[in-house]
Structure formats: structure tokens, C-alpha cells
Design a protein around this ligand. Structure first.
Ligand code: BG6
Length: 502
């Protein structure tokens, strides 16, 4: 792939894109309102969308086009990361269309097809088609099959692509069956499975850090690295998502996908180049080196009532829509081993939870301690192993923890930080993950999307844990909302390792 086409090596604004129509199934839904439509606005404001860009929303409710445009305008005003410019917003939505119908309604697809053909006709050329499946997951196979049956998966002179939201299956068997359906209708090169963490700047920066600097890679192995900790803590609860979350839980919601992706990027071998298949093949190799964790390497828990950011918060079992005897976990942690030449013997600790004391996503790499303490007893007190910490959010950046002498006549050492912060270095706001991902999908670049074998390899690791946890009845260990999680989580640490404070 030519360097100027590489999604990891350039900004959004210069990317050339063929004229495109984006069809959002679930166009009036929560994700579309909060993320997708605002992302489209920000791309438009950056001049990154193709000159000819059209939006179609598909949902069940009966709405005229004008009402869909108004709802989309309101969504941008509420959720855009920038104050919208009315002119840009009006131009973006001027010709947006809305198709109403349930996804199993056979009459809806011909109406959609007609709308797409109308756009082609007025453009005087076939537009690329990107179908974004932002619906409940049970509709994914149905919509894909219907697109195939109605001749919507191919268009002469244009590309057709399908973007599929998470969750991609809730078990290995479901993921395999969904892949089978999807690939019976589409070619893998047309499929873009979303994991929005891959669109985050700091996540992509892990690759830049590792492979654009000579100084880290020689240390990046079992000889120098003691352990790796990946944390994805949230202070929010489940909000109004009980219907989804109570059937999902922390492991399926965040660990099987987002956190495994972070692990892969940290542990993978340098790819030959940054093309979609080279990068994804390296990630799959990491997943193949991980066995499903044994019961003693995993823990789960649920939040109890508590105080979060100064306000009283209900416990999980008290949330609206959660079953009284639910044994769905809102906190999950595990220890994994990457059984290959580079990582044998290095524990990878993962933890995620809702209603913790703060929002933080970070990857902390702890190096081995120095082989010999040269300082006298008093001077050695502050000597800690070096740590390299990638903070994905908030305060995106990278911190290197070093030991340094405290000024004074005595030789005393203390930990200090060397920091790179995105905000202060680049003085600009990072684009939202969805901006990057929508753009890449419209350009046909799948580097930051999950491949079929990759998603199945992720499930192969997590599936046994999911079944074990589903079978074991509650009650689960509890942790107070607003705390740093259950104390039971220490039990999965080995060799005296300790969790970083949340
Ligand atoms: C989503 C999960 O995939 O990621 C949510 O379904 C979670 O439960 C969210 O809150 C976290 O994403 P972010 O970008 O806020 O870290």
C-alpha cells in the first residue's frame, strides 16, 4: 500500500474518497444520534467527506425526510464535539433521505434501492454504497441476507461495503454463524466489523510508539518486561441499557473486543507493512498464542450502592430493567499468558468495570527491577521498576516512570514521570474514533476493523469463561459504586505484582 493511502500515517483531511452514499440502518437510534451523525458533521466541517456525499436513514418509525433531517440536525447540535456551523450542517443534510420499514419488511429494500438509484442518476455516476448496520444484533444476518437478495451488494462502477457494529455474536458459535451468513453474501474485503477502540488516536499511537522508535522494541519482550496491565474503568453505570447489558456483562461488552484489541496491539510482532491484512494477521497470531484462562485466573463482581462523583448511585441489582437475581458481571478481571517466544512467562492482567471511581483506560507496561540495588538502604527506598503507561483516555498521552535523585546532600531516589500529552504537544482536539472509522470504511481500508478469523479467535479465548460464568449462579462478589473495584481482584496477581491505583 502506498504510504499516502495508509490510515496510520496521515490526517483525515487529505484523504480522497469516491462519491458515496452512507445508509444507516437504525438511522434514528441511539448510536446514530450520539456518534454517527455527529461524526459525519465533523468530517464535513473538516472538508474530509467526498464532494458528493449523501445520507440515508433506515428505521421502523414512519417519518418524512424533513423530520429525519431535523432529528439529525438536533443530534449534531447536542453531541458534536464542535459547535456546528449551520451552513455546513444544512449542506450535509440537504438531500438526506429517510426510508421507513422494519428490517424484515420485504417492501422496504426496493424502496431503498430506488432511493440509491435516484442519487446515482442525479450525480450522473454510480455512488459507492456503504451500509452501516447500527441495529440490534439479531438484525445483522437478516439485513445482510436481504441486501443480497435485493441485489444491493454489488454495483457496477462502484464499491459496496457493509459496516457491522458490535457485538459480533455473543458466543463463538454465534460469531461463526454470523460470519458464515455475512460471507455467503459478501466478500471479506467488503466487510468492516467495528471495534471503536481501534479508531482512538492513542490506540493507534501504540503502533507508532512501538514501530517508529528504535528505543522501545529491543526491550519489548520477556527479558525486560515483568508484566502488562490493561485497565478500562468507567464511572458511569449502565444507564438505560439494562436490556442489552444484563444479557451481555462486562466480559462481552468490553473485554472480549476492546481490551483484547489493546492487548494485540501491544503484543503483536512488527507487521511487514501497515496494510490491513498484514496488521490483522499479526494480531491473529497473538490471539492464537493465548489459551482460555483457568477459573483461578478470572474474577467477576457486581456494583453495590455507593457514592459516585459525589452523588448517590444505585447498586446494579437496583437498576431499572435488571433482573432481581441477575448474575451478570459489571466488573471482570483476568490474567492471560501469551504463549510465544517473545512473551512466555509475562502475565497480562486485564480489568474492566462500571461504576468505578473514575474513567480511565490505560495500558501499563512494567519493566523488570534493576538486578542489583547499588544504593544504601535509605537511598533505595524509592527505587521502583520503570513503567511505560499509555493513557488512552482521559488526558491522552504516554508516561515513562523513572527513578531520579531527590535534590539534597543525601542520595535518595524517587519515582518521577516523563510525560508526552497529546493536548499540549499537538494543541488540537483528537477526532472522535467514529470519524476515523467511518472515513476508513468509506475508503475501503480495513486496517482498523476486525477480520473474520480475528473475531472468532477472540471468542475462542472468552467463550469458556462466558459459559462458566453463565452456569455458575450468583450472588456475585460486590464492590461499592465509586470504589476501585472488588478486593477479590488481587487474587489473580502472581509473583507479588500489584494493580495500579484506579
Ligand atoms: C462500548 C460499551 O463498546 O464502549 C459501553 O458497549 C462502554 O458499555 C463503551 O461504555 C466505552 O467506550 P469509550 O469510548 O467511552 O471508552
Amino acid at each position: 500500500m502506498a504510504d499516502e493511502e495508509n490510515p496510520l500515517s496521515e490526517g483525515l483531511e487529505r484523504l480522497p474518497v469516491h462519491p458515496t452514499v452512507l445508509v444507516i440502518f437504525g438511522g434514528t437510534g441511539d448510536l446514530a444520534r450520539r456518534k454517527l451523525v455527529p461524526a459525519l458533521y465533523n468530517l464535513a466541517a473538516d472538508g474530509a467527506l467526498p464532494e458528493r456525499f449523501q445520507l440515508v436513514g433506515v428505521s421502523r418509525s414512519e417519518l418524512p425526510d424533513t423530520e429525519f433531517r431535523e432529528q439529525a440536525t438536533a443530534a449534531v447540535k447536542e453531541f458534536s464535539r464542535r459547535e456546528p456551523d449551520e451552513k455546513v450542517l444544512d449542506a450535509l443534510l440537504a438531500e438526506a433521505r429517510y426510508i421507513s420499514g422494519s428490517f424484515d419488511d420485504e417492501t422496504m429494500y426496493p424502496r431503498l434501492k430506488q432511493a440509491l438509484e435516484d442519487y446515482d442518476e442525479s450525480a450522473g455516476q454510480p455512488l459507492n454504497r456503504a451500509f452501516y448496520l447500527s441495529t440490534a444484533p439479531e438484525f445483522f444476518p437478516l439485513i445482510v441476507e436481504a441486501l443480497g437478495e435485493h441485489g444491493l451488494t454489488e454495483r457496477e462502477g462502484a464499491e459496496v461495503r457493509v459496516i457491522i457494529e458490535k457485538p459480533f455474536g455473543t458466543t463463538l458459535a454465534e460469531a461463526q454463524s454470523l460470519n458464515k451468513t455475512v460471507l455467503s453474501v459478501l466478500d471479506e474485503s467488503q466487510v468492516f466489523r467495528i471495534d471503536h477502540y481501534l479508531g482512538k488516536e492513542t490506540v493507534q499511537n501504540m503502533l507508532a510508539f512501538r514501530f517508529a522508535n528504535g528505543m522501545f522494541e529491543p526491550l519489548w519482550n520477556r527479558n525486560f518486561i515483568d508484566n502488562v496491565q490493561i485497565t478500562s474503568a468507567e464511572d458511569i453505570g449502565i444507564g438505560s441499557r439494562a436490556g442489552y447489558y444484563d444479557n451481555a456483562g462486562a466480559l462481552r461488552d468490553l473485554m472480549q473486543n476492546h481490551m483484547m484489541q489493546l492487548l494485540c496491539l501491544l503484543a503483536m510482532e512488527p507487521p511487514v507493512d501497515f496494510s490491513a491484512d498484514e496488521v490483522r494477521s499479526e494480531k491473529v497470531k497473538v490471539l492464537h498464542a493465548i489459551s482460555p484462562p483457568e477459573p483461578e485466573s478470572t474474577i467477576r463482581a457486581q456494583y453495590a450502592p455507593g457514592i459516585v462523583t459525589g452523588e448517590e448511585a444505585a447498586g446494579y441489582l437496583g437498576e431499572d430493567g435488571v433482573r432481581d437475581d441477575s448474575n451478570t458481571e459489571t466488573f471482570a478481571a483476568m490474567r492471560l499468558n501469551v504463549e510465544n517466544w517473545r512473551w512466555a512467562g509475562v502475565p497480562f492482567y486485564l480489568r474492566t468495570g462500571k461504576r468505578l471511581s473514575r474513567k480511565v483506560t490505560e495500558i501499563a507496561v512494567t519493566l523488570k527491577p534493576v538486578p542489583h540495588q547499588s544504593f544504601n538502604q535509605g537511598g533505595s527506598v524509592g527505587v521502583q521498576p520503570n513503567q511505560l503507561i499509555f493513557t488512552v483516555q482521559p488526558n491522552e498521552g504516554v508516561t515513562l516512570k523513572l527513578g531520579a535523585k531527590i535534590p539534597g546532600t543525601r542520595m535518595r531516589v524517587r519515582g518521577v514521570n516523563m510525560e508526552f500529552l497529546y493536548g499540549t504537544t499537538f494543541l488540537s482536539q483528537s477526532p472522535e474514533a467514529y470519524e476515523k472509522l467511518i472515513m476508513d470504511a468509506m475508503r475501503g481500508d480495513a486496517t482498523l476493523f476486525t477480520r473474520n478469523d480475528e473475531v472468532e479467535a477472540q471468542w475462542r479465548i472468552m467463550d469458556p469463561v462466558v459459559s462458566r460464568w453463565t452456569e455458575q449462579p450468583g450472588p456475585l462478589p460486590q464492590y461499592e459504586a465509586g470504589s476501585s473495584g472488588p478486593s477479590e481482584v488481587d487474587a489473580i496477581m502472581v509473583d507479588g505484582d500489584e494493580w495500579r491505583a484506579i
